[in-house]
Write a protein that binds this ligand. Structure first.
Ligand code: NI
Length: 172
């Protein structure tokens, strides 16, 4: 971490930016590196294990993640223009999201995915994932398509969360 990194605002549901489709990145330039650094910084501060650009109000197809955040020896991963090219199996697990405050719910996902994309310096990447990494990648790539994990739960559960959130926002 250095001082040139800035904490970004994390947009929360029901903000419309979370519903927009992010656009493919064509130029890996300084501006993008700055965004990536700031996203990593913001993810660790939150703290969270993944962050997609939509969540900080940027409609660019980039995600950052680190399943095992530590104070020392951090290993943040960056994926630009990620795309799921293969998915298999089913798994259900409890998910939460920095953009969906005070909530978590069980979500069904594919158990294994193969994701293609490029790293922050343009190196082609091919990730075969299972377990938490597979879930995290599906969750973050969903964000780039304007989808939230609460879109995968039952409409009844979602309605209850909306009601609770509305009440909470009124109380503020
Ligand atoms: Ni999320």
């Amino acid at each position: 971490m250095n001082n040139s990194e800035n904490e970004l605002k994390i947009y929360t549901y029901p903000d419309r930016v979370l519903r927009a489709t992010a656009e493919a990145i064509e130029n890996i330039d300084e501006d993008l590196q700055k965004l990536v650094d700031n996203m990593i910084h913001t993810m660790y501060l939150a703290p969270g294990i993944g962050l997609a650009a939509n969540q900080v109000g940027e409609l660019r197809r980039v995600i950052v993640f680190d399943l095992y955040p530590r104070k020392d020896g951090r290993d943040p991963r960056v994926l630009i223009n990620p795309e799921i090219v293969l998915s298999e199996g089913k798994v259900a697990s409890e998910e939460s999201c920095l953009s969906v405050v005070d909530y978590s719910a069980e979500v069904s996902r594919n158990a294994q995915v193969k994701v293609k994309g490029v790293g922050r310096h343009g190196k082609p990447m091919d990730i075969e994932a299972e377990g938490l990494l597979a879930i995290c990648l599906q969750h973050e790539i969903d964000h780039l398509n304007g989808t939230l994990y609460i879109d995968h739960i039952s409409s009844l559960k979602r309605a209850l969360y909306k009601k609770r959130l509305k009440k909470k926002l009124k109380e503020k």
